[in-house]
Write a protein that binds this ligand. Structure first.
Ligand SMILES: [Fe+2]
Length: 517
């Protein structure tokens, strides 16, 4: 008998339930009372120094009511990575093997292994318990709630530009953050978990690894901070300019593309995960990568036009499909760079988005766009069409700010106060104006990028700007309404005020549109 097998411990459902009960809150109560129904096996830690399950997190599949991916990472090779899953009343009855994907960081030459277990055929609107493990280590525990199928209420949240609450680099006699981190990056996670949404949209610029001396530590720190939420509810990301890391993959996103397994969009393998969609209840979420169409040079390399139009063609098909689907009422776009911003001395808005995406958003009546890139909160009136001017200024179609009919215009939200050390809430123009990047000049070695060309416009589309709070997020409560009536989405912008999930309501408004079915 091998040493590994001799150490194997047979755990009945009851024993597993006791372990889960320590980590899964209310779910554990039901488990403790469940009858034993078949053994589950795992190897106890064999003290061989096997790396633990790191950065455990979830992603939804294309159908969020039945498909979830469970992911974690190691540097070392591991044996038999797998997820044991069941329901609170039945224990861990099903074992799903994980697929391991890798990337080698071009800067450190370190290979990162990310283990992804795809769970399918789940029941909608259902709680599951799971354990992620590989041989020789303790299981890490989490819970999953699948999305409802069809028109049911649920809540989701959104923010971008988080960074990490950790200090990544020793300089002279003290440690400092070299990835724009701040303690607020931890506070935001606590605040999200306080609300417990079905999922959280991460609007790009996750950890700023492309700025960090140690990129892999930076990614690890981000997942270590967020696994306390992301192992219970998917944090569904959009790739931002700071996910673009020099030397990592054909367009710089190899790390992002390896850490996350996102719904298949049919793209080429080398562009996998950079754009995708999923459906939760009556909401179709479309995640885009704007570096493809933005003029601004914001990453480690200038990749404008990298998809050769493939992302735009996919988006057009995806929007057509969403509006043809009688189960879908809401179309929400999650992306990083923004079409609107009234902050001075920071990134501004990008003409590329206005030229490439806004006509599609108009034609297909996209309801809501959430983005980041600017490190503050603001929102637009519903906009439809653009002025025939140099910046393609979006045209507001209504000035009511409490209830907005999104079948008449798209509301854009900048939610970029996720936790960085450089908030921009104190940088707003006194009166609403917008700096629009309309192109780039030559490469400037002083700023390590192409010089942006700005044109400033008046911003008649501006509806609300939060000058007071550097950090926050938005929660969306979807109310399906009744057949023949309207469906609505109540948005609440929370400021994150400190540790322990301290939050306060800054503003609320309601999006509404006719329900399709
Ligand atoms: Fe950014």
């Amino acid at each position: 008998m091998s040493d590994g097998i001799s150490r194997r411990t047979v755990l009945t459902t009851g024993a597993a339930a006791a372990i889960v009960g320590a980590g899964a809150g209310a779910v554990g109560v039901a488990l403790l009372g469940s009858p034993g129904r078949g053994p589950s096996l795992w190897s106890r830690p064999d003290q061989s120094g096997t790396q633990p399950v790191g950065g455990l997190h979830l992603q939804f599949g294309k159908d969020a009511s039945t498909e979830v991916v469970v992911s974690w990472h190691t540097i070392d090779a591991v044996h038999n990575p797998r997820v044991m899953i069941g329901t609170p009343t039945s224990g861990f009855g099903r074992v799903v093997q994980a697929e391991t994907r890798t990337y080698r960081d071009a800067k450190s030459k370190t290979e990162v292994r990310v283990h992804h277990a795809r769970l399918d055929s789940l029941a909608p609107d259902t709680d599951y318990v799971y354990a992620a493990l590989h041989d020789g280590t303790d299981p890490e525990l989490g819970t999953i709630r699948t999305a409802p199928s069809g028109r049911s209420p649920f809540c989701f949240t959104s923010f971008g530009d988080q960074a990490t609450p950790t200090l990544g680099r020793l300089t002279e006699k003290s440690y400092r953050s070299d990835n724009l981190g701040s303690p607020a990056a931890g506070d935001t996670t606590t605040a999200i978990e306080r609300l417990g949404p079905l999922f959280n949209l991460v609007n790009g610029d996750l950890c700023y690894a492309n700025l960090a001396h140690d990129r892999i530590r930076c990614w690890s720190d981000w997942f270590d901070n967020n696994t306390r939420s992301a192992r219970y509810r998917p944090w569904m990301p959009a790739a931002g300019n700071h996910e673009n890391e020099f030397g990592n993959g054909p367009v710089g996103y190899a790390a992002y593309q390896t850490y996350f397994v996102l719904p298949d969009s049919g793209s080429d393998a080398e562009l996998r995960g950079l754009w995708y969609s999923f459906t939760a209840g009556s909401v179709r979420v479309i995640s885009l990568n704007n570096d493809d169409i933005c003029f601004q040079d914001g990453g480690n390399s200038y990749i404008h036009g990298y998809s050769g139009g493939a992302q735009k063609r996919w988006l057009e098909n995806e929007l057509t499909d969403a509006r043809a689907d009688p189960r879908v009422d809401w179309v929400v776009v999650c992306m990083h760079q923004t079409a609107i911003s009234t902050a001075d001395h920071t990134n501004g808005a990008d003409l590329g988005i206005r030229q490439e995406w806004l006509p599609l958003f108009d034609h297909h009546q996209v309801d809501l766009v959430v983005c980041g890139h600017e490190h503050h909160y603001e929102r637009s009136h519903p906009v439809r069409g653009t002025q025939d001017n140099q910046t393609r200024t979006p045209i507001p179609v209504d000035d009511r700010t409490d209830v907005i009919d999104t079948s008449k215009g798209t509301v854009h939200l900048v939610i970029g106060g996720g936790g960085t050390s450089v908030p921009s809430n104190a940088m707003f123009f006194p009166q609403p104006r917008c700096r629009v990047v309309t192109g780039v000049g030559t490469y400037d070695p002083a700023i390590w990028r192409k010089t942006p060309i700005y044109v400033v416009e008046d911003a008649p589309w501006s509806a609300f700007r939060d000058r007071e709070n550097p950090y926050g997020f938005v929660a969306f409560d979807v109310d399906p309404g009744s057949p023949g009536g309207n469906t609505s989405m109540k948005a609440t912008h929370y400021a994150v005020n400190g540790p322990y999930g301290a939050i306060s309501v800054v503003e609320q408004f309601t999006l509404t549109r006719p329900r399709r079915g």
